[in-house]
Design a protein around this ligand. Structure first.
Ligand code: FMN
Length: 336
């Protein structure tokens, strides 16, 4: 007997793939998803993922070791594909025998999927279109996350509900697909499981867990916010394509507009190339997010948050959040 038989039955494939009790991932959140939150999620029955972000291989090495000291449950590592030391970061994961590596932020560069699989880890990728998803699965990816524009952080243009309808009917039977973006309660989890998802990934709902090291002012901003406060950044210059970021509106949102103008100016003058321009934008976000999460500068920093932020009302232990999600999903499935 399990506490949530209807939900765990539908999560069985995802949970087996992850090696966790429940197929609920806490998506990597730069600066937030470090050892404390990751271990708390995995200890609570979910699957924590370290956000490598801009970490050096040495820092990642220490973070994995630190997480292992806090949990004996499986957890993953999320690496951004454009990180200049991607091969070295993969080596660090190999050294620790990390079981799951999530490749985020773009199409995995040639050889990266192979080098992760070579040490026996599973590879989880993001796919913005069905055609790309099929290609990535053919070339060795073990599982997919589809993430809608309701999510916090970097986002694509399509909503979770539409992605789920596009991807799940053709992929869910033969592949492990996790659905992310805008999930704040278990009723939504039940819905995506019924559509064939192997599990779900949440970020915003976990960012303010008691174990999250995010600054108390960052957490307060989340508790006060409603869905409509979590807005997508606007591209101000058509020559500089920037991936939109969803965050709570503040002065930092306006500063990003100014940053884009500055970088577009550098492009115009030939001072930087497009690749460098886009990297500057990404560095801007990493710095701005750090200011809000670590320093508590909620005015000028970036308060990356998804539209489910309105459902985050108080600090709760990660295990309690997971239990609530499971209870809500179970009740929803029992009512069907
Ligand atoms: C504060 C914050 C930081 C994030 N940083 C990252 C990141 O570094 N890498 C990544 O792949 N996703 C990142 N995400 C996305 C989450 O991993 C997750 O997919 C997303 O939050 C799920 O949608 P939700 O916010 O609606 O729950 C971030 C999200 C938030 C809220």
């Amino acid at each position: 007997m399990t506490d949530y038989p209807l939900t765990t039955a539908r999560m069985a494939r995802g949970a087996e793939f992850l090696g966790s009790k429940y197929a609920i991932l806490c998506g990597a959140m730069s600066w937030v998803s470090e050892r404390n939150l990751v271990a708390a999620i995995s200890n609570g029955g979910g699957f924590g993922v370290i956000a490598c972000g801009a970490m050096t291989p040495d820092l990642l090495d220490a973070e994995i070791a630190g997480t292992k000291a806090l949990t004996d449950k499986p957890f993953g590592v999320n690496i951004i594909t454009m990180h200049p030391q991607l091969p070295e970061l993969i080596d660090v994961c190999a050294k620790h025998g990390v079981g799951h590596v999530v490749l985020a932020g773009g199409i995995p560069p040639k050889g990266s999927v192979e080098s992760i699989k070579a040490f026996g880890a599973k590879v989880i990728v993001f796919a913005p279109t069905l055609a790309l998803a099929k290609k990535l699965l053919r070339s060795g990816a073990d599982a997919l996350v589809i993430e809608g524009m309701e999510a916090g952080g970097h986002i694509g243009p399509v909503s979770t509900s539409v992605l789920a309808q596009e991807f799940l009917p053709s992929l869910a039977e033969d592949h492990i697909v996790f659905v992310a973006g805008g999930i704040g309660r278990g009723e939504a989890i039940a819905g995506y499981l019924e559509m064939g998802a192997a599990g779900v990934q949440l970020g915003t709902r976990f960012a303010c867990a008691s174990e999250s090291i995010a600054h108390p002012d960052f957490k307060k901003a989340f508790f006060r916010a409603s869905a409509r406060d979590a807005v997508a950044s606007v591209q101000v210059d058509s020559r500089l394509p920037v991936i939109p970021v969803r965050a709570l509106k503040n002065k930092g949102t306006e500063e990003f507009t100014a940053k884009q103008r500055e970088v577009a100016g550098l492009l115009d003058s030939g001072a930087v190339e497009m690749g460098e321009a886009q990297l500057q934008i990404e560095h801007y976000w990493a710095g701005a997010l750090r200011r809000a999460v670590i320093d508590g500068d909620v005015e000028n920093g970036s308060l990356m948050a998804g539209q489910s932020v309105g459902m985050v009302r108080e600090e709760e232990p990660a295990a309690r959040i997971i239990a609530k999600l499971m209870e809500e999903s179970e009740a929803a499935l029992a009512r069907r």
